[in-house]
Design a protein around this ligand. Structure first.
Ligand code: M6R
Length: 615
């Protein structure tokens, strides 16, 4: 997890690296560091803390003319988040400098060998071990940097996205990737490197995403060459055109990225639907589904693999696909699936869901399924990400960059994709008449507008947040399509406000959680009109008779729940299958305002990172 940025060209790199690191802070933010170099020397600054502290530390240093730089923002795996453990690391003889994102799993045996050969270490990190291994190989085998990096990486078990600099060759940088993403931006006479392309969006639109086991040597005004680390074969560079722009990744007047991203949902969903929802023709057009129509028609079952919020979206997908298309669906945490020797059939379709497309567990689980013959369908947001490239087919959510660590628009757009998939599969399988499909399509088309109307007045949610921001615990209940939303609401609250929260299917309350309910327990109940309404009203009665505080999410015009609940938040009345998109919105706001009132950093909650690229 960690973000890396590098630059080689003619400009002074400090601003490029610092701004780039700030954009990558979603990947980790417990320490940061930078190396700035010219042909004669290099200088390193490191801090425990965020990139802002790094920038302050740099402003106290005299400015010298530099043209190469690399930076790192860390999410600690090996070693505490101290200044010493911050990157860049320097090799024992002081020649080599490295930034690394990933984990070197065999670092302790490598460290032992190096220690026996006289190496000592300044940090507790696996990355410093890798760097000294490169130096050791250079010394023993007399190799140039690129070759030494390649030989070292052949001995390494684990994951890496890395940049290495050698002061003996001060006009080049060596970059490599296995498991951790690495993008190279190409500009006139300069190269940019980033864990994703956001650090160099304003400098170039040309990007190459390195594949696993690929490395490259970057030299100013020279073409880059990519090689396979294992085979040493040259690899043809595939240059892509970036679609996102700078505006997409800035706060645009909002106090936090999370708030901006909540408000972006109407537009994000419009983008998800664009070109796919053909209301007038009464059709859904998902090209990857059309191309592989037979696979989907003949699928024995669909397996959905994901983590965190994306897993919750997968659960909504399960409800949608099973009820519309009548294909059996199983949803699994990718981290469990990959280690439990799962049974996979050749006629299984495995759907991997991931905002970033880089989550290590999801990626590994999909690889296992693919190796065993399953057809892999990816639902990702980040174009060019590893999961989208691994998948046999797939579709993008087109939500635009999501920077806030707490996922918001990624979730609602993933649900939108599942809705499209379920409806189209239902049509293909003859489970839905043209007239029924048409009605759903009309409703779906209006969702962005209805969200816009909802977003116009959320002051009452702020007031509810004021009443409950000091709570220690919170319960979220939902049934059917809204059970996964209850899980998602609880996850949002705990990750950004640090209040303990649990999501449950409402009927499960009686089997345990009801013991927790007293006058101090806020219970958020999703009670939409068309979904098991009477049953959930009974659940609300049960909470009320135990003095629990009820915050109910209800459909517009509701009467029965209003009479019982302490607070109600109305969402637009819709077919039950569309309610998760609406019921999620108040839960996002509630978590956001509670976190703000508790003084939490909503965009960068403690201990978390946006993209979990380590297992
Ligand atoms: O990028 P992905 O969708 O694969 O990420 C999966 C989870 O790490 C992510 O959803 C996480 O749970 C979020 N912080 C939730 O808000």
């Amino acid at each position: 997890m960690c973000g890396i940025v590098a630059y080689i060209g003619e400009e002074h790199p400090e601003k490029i690296i610092i701004e780039g690191l700030q954009r990558l802070e979603y990947r980790g933010y417990d320490s940061a560091g930078i190396m700035l170099a010219n042909s004669d020397s290099y200088d390193i600054t490191k801090v425990a803390g965020k990139v802002e502290s790094l920038s302050n530390a740099l402003s106290e240093k005299p400015a010298a003319k530099m043209h190469i730089g690399m930076g790192h923002t860390r999410w600690a795996t090996h070693g505490k988040p101290t200044q010493n453990n911050a990157h860049p690391h320097v090799s024992q003889n002081g020649d080599l400098v490295l930034v690394h994102n990933g984990i070197i799993e065999n670092y302790s045996s490598l460290k032992e060998e190096l220690t026996n050969r006289g190496y000592s270490f300044q940090s507790d990190t696996d990355s410093e071990v890798l760097l000294n291994l490169i130096e050791d190989i250079q010394n023993r085998e007399g190799l140039k940097l690129g070759k030494a990096v390649q030989v070292a990486l052949q001995q390494v078990i684990g994951a890496y996205g890395l940049v290495v600099y050698d002061r003996k060759k001060p006009n080049e940088l060596v970059v490599a990737r296995l498991g951790s993403p690495l993008a190279i931006g190409i500009a006139e006479g300069a190269y940019f490197v980033g864990s994703d392309a956001t650090p160099f969006l304003e400098h170039t639109r040309k990007v190459i995403y390195l594949e696993d086991y690929e490395m490259a040597i970057l030299r100013t005004h020279k073409d880059l060459q990519i090689r396979n680390i294992k085979t040493d074969h040259k690899v043809a560079a595939y240059v892509e055109e970036l679609k996102w722009n700078l505006e997409n990744i800035q706060k645009g007047g909002y106090e936090h990225f999370m708030l901006k991203e909540i408000y972006e949902q109407p537009e994000a969903i419009r983008n998800t639907l664009r070109g796919r929802l053909l209301t007038k023709e009464g059709k859904i057009q998902i090209s990857a589904l059309n191309q592989h129509r037979d696979k989907f028609s003949n699928a024995r079952r669909i397996l959905i693999l994901a983590c965190g919020t994306s897993w919750h979206a997968g659960l909504v997908g399960e409800y949608l696909i099973e009820s519309f298309a009548r294909i059996p669906v199983e949803v699994e945490y990718a981290s469990e699936f990959r280690y439990r020797d799962p049974i996979i059939y050749k006629d299984d379709i495995v759907i991997g869901v991931s905002q970033s497309g880089e989550t290590a567990d999801t990626l590994a689980a999909l690889k296992i399924a693919q190796e065993q013959g399953a057809f892999i369908f990816g639902i990702c947001n980040v174009v060019g990400a590893s999961i989208s490239r691994l998948a046999d087919a797939g579709t993008f959510t087109h939500a635009g960059p999501e920077i806030g660590v707490a996922s918001t628009k990624a979730f609602t757009t993933q649900i939108t994709v599942f809705t499209l998939l379920a409806l189209e599969l239902a049509r293909i399988k003859g489970q839905l008449s043209d007239a029924e499909l048409r009605n759903y399509l009309f409703e779906l088309e209006n969702i962005p507008q209805e969200i816009e109307a909802f977003l116009e007045d959320i002051d009452h949610i702020k007031t509810i947040a004021e009443s409950y921001h000091t709570a220690d615990n919170c319960l979220y209940l939902g049934r059917g399509y809204n059970f996964p939303v209850a899980l998602e609401g609880a996850l949002k609250l705990k990750e950004i406000s640090y209040i303990h929260a649990e999501g449950y299917p409402a009927a499960e309350m009686k089997h345990g959680p009801i013991a927790l309910i007293d006058e101090n327990m806020p219970v958020i109940v999703i009670a939409t009109r068309k979904g098991h309404y009477e049953k959930i009203v009974s659940n609300i009665e049960e909470i009320k008779s135990r003095k629990g505080k009820i915050i109910a999410i209800v459909s517009e015009g509701d009467e029965a729940v209003k009479a019982l609940a302490d607070h109600v938040i109305e969402i637009p009345l819709s077919s039950e299958c569309f309610t998760p998109i609406f019921s999620t919105l108040p839960l996002q706001f509630l978590a956001y305002y509670i976190a703000i009132l508790r003084g939490c950093n909503v965009d960068q909650p403690r201990n978390l990172a946006k993209s979990v690229t380590v297992e």
